[in-house]
Ligand binder design. Structure first.
Ligand SMILES: O=C(O)c1cc(=O)[nH]c(=O)n1[C@@H]1O[C@H](COP(=O)(O)O)[C@@H](O)[C@H]1O
Length: 262
């Protein structure tokens, strides 16, 4: 299970915290205490830290370091993507393990062309990091772009999935995964990319273990379900957060266990 660290202003208020860097720090600290080392992957959403300016980024830096020290893989949700030379700077910022904001993996946007992400791929390979690339996102507007056809007739999403398959080569669990929403319903796209499938949209956006089973079928062993508000809404108590994360994990345990796909 991946649990998102998404400190919405409304959640800060629900937890009795101010919408300030100080409130953010308390929120992140409670998340680390409750879930650090307890969930496989933690996914901080950068936007909720950026909205507090440099003080918010400092809180993010500390949370990332604390989560990694506690034994979680940290997937930073930044959805970056730009022309190649700028992609290299994003790679330096997040995937170079000497950077102050180094993480295990980031989300990346391929919509400037998959080739524009090559510097991020090369840096990830050099540092043993990973990329989770948007393919079929959970938002209702997504098909406008992702279902559009490329000049060779494939869908945009299909072209992204093909590119990822090529990057992973013969690996069963390669470092280059796709982001596919828990809410997309059935798809004709081939989701077997030889890497992880980050599946956000569980809980608050309506995705369930059953919807995930229907969408992913044979590739269920590659699914990493992700939930943010559904778990965070149980806070601020540490025990209640742990219970909520355990419940979310349990909902997927049978489905994703070896043989559970049948
Ligand atoms: O890349 C993502 O994580 C992502 C992709 C996507 O297709 N849909 C999606 O909701 N997300 C992120 O996943 C989180 C979902 O949060 P909840 O709806 O609260 O579980 C947010 O941080 C979104 O930015």
């Amino acid at each position: 299970m991946c649990v998102g660290l998404d400190p919405h202003a409304s959640l800060l208020a629900d937890w009795g915290l101010d919408d300030t860097p100080g409130g953010l720090e308390r929120f992140a600290g409670t998340f680390v205490e409750a879930l650090g080392g307890r969930v496989a992957v933690a996914k901080p959403q950068s936007a909720f830290f950026e909205r507090h300016g440099s003080a918010g980024i400092a809180v993010l830096e500390r949370a990332v370091a604390d989560l990694r020290a506690a034994g979680c893989l940290v997937l930073l949700d930044v959805k970056r993507g730009d022309i190649g030379s700028t992609s290299q700077a994003y790679a330096d910022a997040y995937l170079d393990q000497g950077s102050p904001l180094a993480v295990d993996a980031v989300t990346a946007s391929p919509f400037l062309g998959t080739g524009s992400l090559e510097p991020m791929v090369a840096t990830a390979r050099r540092h043993g990091a990973g990329l989770l690339v948007l393919a079929l996102t959970s938002n209702p507007e997504a098909p406008q772009v992702q279902a559009a056809r490329t000049t060779d007739g494939a869908s945009v999403a299909g072209a992204v999935l093909d590119w990822l398959r090529g990057l992973n080569g013969d690996e069963t669990y390669g470092s280059f995964g796709a982001v596919v929403g828990a809410t997309i319903g059935e798809t004709a796209e081939d989701l077997a990319v030889g890497g992880p499938l980050l599946v956000p949209g569980v809980g608050a956006q309506g995705g369930t273990a059953e919807s995930v089973r229907r969408t992913f079928g044979a590739v269920l062993p590659h699914v990493l379900p992700s939930s943010s508000r559904e778990v965070l809404g149980a806070g601020p108590g540490v025990a209640a957060l742990r219970d909520a994360a355990d419940r979310a994990t349990d909902a997927f345990r049978d489905l994703l266990a070896p043989g559970g796909a049948q």
